[in-house]
Design a protein around this ligand. Sequence first.
Ligand code: HEC
Ligand code: HEC
Length: 213
Amino acid sequence: MLRNLIFTFVLLCVSGVLTAATEPPEETPRGDPEAGRAAALVCSACHGSDGRGIGPEYPNLGGQHYNYLLSQMRAFHSGERQALLMMGQVEHLTEQQLKDISAFYAEQPLAEGTADAAPEVLELGERIYRAGIANKGVAACIACHSPGGHGNGPAGYPSLSGQPERYTALQLKAYRDGERETDAGMGGVMRGVTQNMNDREIEAVSAYIRGLH
Ligand code: HEC
Ligand code: HEC
């Protein structure tokens, strides 16, 4: 009986039904995008002047949701999220500057990408994105990240569309391997989603996401 209850609870968590109850509220007031533009000058070396990443491991920031950007900047600031190239980039910034920069990038255009993987890879990726992998308890990405990959700002679900597939795959593996724990405030949702995914499945869904818009 107890085992069944625990099993049901885990299933609900993995499918995202329970995590929806822990959505963070929209942060107000927003930062000032004009002040953010100036503060983000140094970031453009890697994230481009309008938030388009300059290479396959550099995420696009343009058009990303304000709340999500701010949460990740805070995580880099506190050291909760670590990445070699982001080291020393935001530690010295004030909370107001983190908000201003988030407001600036949120207003930039979303960078579109083109999926160029082999058809059978994209087919597998699309299947996972739309339906998950039922027999492995992998939830459908579409439920939270939306059909076009634009996510849901107020709910804290990031936009994924157009991200370089290498960046996306690195993040999915980091969640799976417990190296990225920034989803702690969201019930560990992405660690749950990825825990049973193998590299092939992760790379396929990442290739599909690149062409979503
Ligand atoms: C030397 C290159 C470099 C510079 C300069 C840089 N970044 Fe980054 N940034 C990266 C890389 C690489 C990642 C991906 C990190 C990872 O793999 O987790 C990243 C990730 C991010 C993310 C997370 C995006 C997401 O989708 O989760 C944000 C937000 C961010 N950077 C903001 C900034 C800001 C703001 C600045 C300037 C103050 C900046 N970065 C400067 C390389 C850089
Ligand atoms: C129940 C909702 C939910 C489902 C289902 C879900 N995600 Fe997420 N996803 C989130 C949330 C919330 C975050 C932000 C977590 C954080 O702050 O680290 C996120 C973050 C991500 C990120 C990091 C984005 C970045 O810019 O670094 C990627 C990549 C991602 N999800 C891909 C997927 C894929 C692929 C699937 C399907 C296999 C999926 N997600 C299913 C809610 C979900």
